[in-house]
Write a protein that binds this ligand. Structure first.
Ligand code: AMP
Length: 374
């Protein structure tokens, strides 16, 4: 087995066909022992489970039936993710035992939707079988009855699983080769240009941009629970409590397991958030490579923010008192992060004043030096 390439990404060998087949055979045996006295219906979750369910049934020694459901998860900005049913639950399952067959269970969002789907039917009982299971990220809401292989939180392809629809036909399973990943924190006061710069840098360096302020604003606009929670703090220019923000950030990172790297914008803003970020990344074999500060003085920033407030309608940008309160929050809670990252040897700063392009170039130089040193 050697490296493979799908679209723009490289993947390295992770699990061999033989190991996978052993796990499939074992699950078939476990299910057979539990259901030998009846005829269960195996329901595969498309598209990922097609290969697993085919092999599973080849190893299943007793009479059985097979059917499929299809869900689509839209992983936008919300932390919950919305799951839509594309292929409904099979008919005639009333009073029957159903085995839901999943290729992989990670956070548990899809599983939640599946449980919801089958709870609305009159099945005798339903069990869940998953070939792969990411114990590190699973929310633990429902029991998983049959598990093939527990795997770390890596992005994998092959044996039914895809990267942008490719790789499903591979007999072995591969994992993303992300040794070249680069993760950056953009640091600076409100108005320093973090968002503007991130939108250029993410394209140039193929990174995923996560702005906690943007995610909060999206949630407020869509009146989600998270939005309702954050609104009052944001309106006053106060920080949203760490607990809420850290959880949200974790969800955003986990929605993008295939990212080549991240630009964190507006996070961390407290030492507790920085520590949580280090822990989160470490658990995924990742790390922050650089924290880059955009330096600018308060009077220029206030001018910029008031101008932005007029254009964008952001209320926290329209009132000088609220702006000053955000600066105070920054000085008190965020500024100490400078020494946090300095002590890790990861702190850089660039002059944030000048033409947008000039500032992008200054940041680009720092990022390129990281890419070269690997
Ligand atoms: P921003 O768009 O980054 O200026 O953020 C706007 C507002 O969102 C802040 O004033 C906070 O109320 C809230 N917010 C954004 N990021 C964080 C964070 N990391 N921790 C706490 N609150 C945050």
């Amino acid at each position: 087995m050697s490296l493979i390439k799908l679209h723009d990404k490289e993947f390295k060998p992770f699990l061999k066909e033989e190991e996978i087949q052993l796990a499939v055979k074992r699950i078939a045996g476990e299910i057979a022992a539990d259901f030998k006295d009846e005829v269960p219906i195996f329901v595969g979750v498309l598209n990922g489970a097609f290969m697993f369910i085919a092999d599973l049934l080849k190893h299943y020694p007793y009479p059985s039936e097979v059917s499929f459901v299809k869900l689509a998860s839209y992983r936008g900005l919300t932390s919950t993710g919305i799951v839509e049913t594309l292929l409904e639950v099979p008919e005639n399952i009333e009073g029957r035992s159903v085995i839901i067959v999943e290729d992989i269970i990670d956070t548990g969002r899809t599983l939640k939707e599946l449980v919801h789907l089958f709870s609305n039917t009159n099945v005798k009982e339903f069990k869940v079988a998953s070939l792969f299971y990411k114990s590190e990220v699973y929310n633990g809401e429902y029991p998983i009855d049959y598990i093939g292989l527990e795997i770390p939180n890596k992005f994998i392809v092959g044996y039914g699983l895809d990267y942008k629809e490719q790789g499903r036909n591979l007999r072995n399973v591969y994992q993303l080769n992300n040794t070249k990943m680069i993760n950056i924190v953009l640091f600076g006061k409100p108005g320093a240009g973090k968002g503007t710069q991130a939108s250029f840098l993410k394209n140039e360096h193929n990174l995923k941009h996560i702005s906690t302020g943007d995610v909060f604003r999206y949630n407020i606009k869509n009146k989600t629970d998270l939005g309702k929670l954050a609104q009052e703090y944001m309106d006053n220019g106060d920080l949203v409590p760490d607990e809420v923000t850290i959880k949200m950030l974790r969800d955003e990172v986990e929605k993008n397991p295939d990212a080549k790297g991240f630009i964190f914008d507006g996070f961390p803003r407290t030492v507790a958030q920085a520590e949580a970020l280090d822990n989160l990344l470490e658990s995924k074999d990742m790390e922050i490579h650089a924290t880059i500060a955009l330096d600018a003085n308060d009077e220029i920033l206030i001018e910029r923010l008031l101008a932005r407030g007029k254009d964008s309608g952001r209320t926290d940008d329209q009132d000088e008192d609220k702006i000053r309160n955000r600066f105070e929050e920054y000085n008190l809670k965020t500024a100490p992060l400078r020494s946090f990252y300095e002590s890790q040897g990861k702190f850089f700063s660039v002059n944030g004043i000048g033409e947008i392009e000039e500032v992008t170039n200054r940041l680009g130089e720092v990022i390129s030096s990281l890419e070269v040193s690997g």
